[in-house]
Design a protein around this ligand. Structure first.
Ligand code: SF4
Length: 334
């Protein structure tokens, strides 16, 4: 049973549960917490059932949203002997209670080579940086080989303390891309946010190869930039503003939030510091603010903007609004 496939939306993920089951059996662990990312949530009951049947431990599933490795359910952690955090690569070394957490990475079996071969036709450089997300990391060496066979030097680098693997980027962290001296990147993975983030964080050309659709495309960050400058312009009318600070261990940026508070006050804004578990549209409506600055996950402001009826800015966008900076900088957590 070692590595099993589980459904996440329309995708299949490989999870190696056997090591965790062994840990539970050997440690005679009685209570296990299970945290599953949103895209794989439907598999949570099946995974819980398997753990219970194989080990006899009680399993408590975290019902709260989970979007990344930054978001460990520390409240559930206090109720259990071991928390299994599924899907993401380990981060948050040194966080209290983390010794009770086992990160169980999910890997996608979808072969990216067809999409990478198509991406080659779109690349303009003969030396490119290769970046990906944790689900596709096992394919990195084969991707580099495909590039080499077509006369392109593919290079990959380690990033900073938030990412533990070569080539790994997060929606909030592109250090593995910025560490490379290249003019162009190949992103291997699904979705638009990571390649858009890579393009904005590096200010370089990005080609994306999608292992699920087998398609390749050149990433154009201009539509997102236009929407972001639209949000900045709309926020200019707001007198009362909130600065949001996340309670999640890997998203909490209180010092940055205080800096934003001080900047806003200095420029005559009516500023409020707000501590949140999850940023929700109703909460912002009830606060009665005209705009907000989110120091939580950058995806909240950039990816989920359509959910909010007030402009939600990242810290660098707020600095543009206040006239403290001219250039657009992608909000990264390092
Ligand atoms: S802050 Fe956002 S992008 Fe970064 S790891 Fe957490 S959920 Fe992912």
């Amino acid at each position: 049973m070692s590595s099993r496939r589980w459904t996440g939306g329309s995708s299949l993920f490989d999870l190696d549960l056997e090591g965790v089951l062994e840990l539970i059996r050997k440690g005679r662990i009685e209570r296990v917490g299970l945290q599953v990312p949103e895209g794989m949530k439907r598999s949570a009951p099946d995974i819980a059932r398997e753990i219970e049947e194989e080990t006899g431990a009680e399993v408590i599933i975290s019902g709260d949203p989970c979007y990344g490795a930054c978001d460990v359910d520390l409240t559930l952690c206090q109720e259990v002997d071991l928390l299994i955090h599924i899907g993401h690569a380990k981060m948050l070394e040194g966080t209290p209670l983390l010794d009770r957490v086992v990160y169980l990475e999910a890997r996608m079996s979808s072969d990216p080579k067809e999409a990478v071969a198509k991406a080659v036709a779109l690349l303009e450089s003969n030396r490119v940086g290769v970046v990906t997300t944790v689900q596709h990391l096992d394919w990195l060496d084969e991707v580099l080989q495909v590039l080499e066979q077509r006369g392109i030097e593919g290079v990959a680098s380690f990033g900073g303390k938030r990412t533990r693997y070569r080539g790994l980027i997060l929606g909030c962290n592109y250090e593995a891309a910025r560490a490379l001296d290249v003019d162009e990147y190949l992103f291997v993975g699904t979705g638009r946010f990571h390649p858009l983030g890579a393009a904005l964080a590096t200010k370089r050309r990005v080609v994306a190869a999608d292992p699920l659709t087998h398609r390749a495309s050149v990433i154009d960050p201009q539509p997102l930039l236009r929407r972001r400058f639209g949000a900045i312009a709309r926020a200019a009318d707001a007198e009362r503003m909130a600065v949001l600070v996340s309670k999640k261990p890997g998203q909490e940026r209180m010092n940055l939030a205080r800096k934003m508070m001080a900047l806003g006050k200095k420029m005559g804004k009516d500023m409020y510091l707000v501590y949140v578990e999850n940023v929700e549209p109703d909460m912002l409506i009830n606060l009665g603010v005209g705009a907000a600055v989110s120091t939580a996950c950058p995806r909240v402001a950039l990816d989920d903007a359509a959910r909010y009826n007030i402009p939600l800015l990242t810290p660098p966008e707020f600095e543009i609004l206040l006239g403290c900076r001219d250039d657009y900088v992608f909000d990264e957590i390092v």
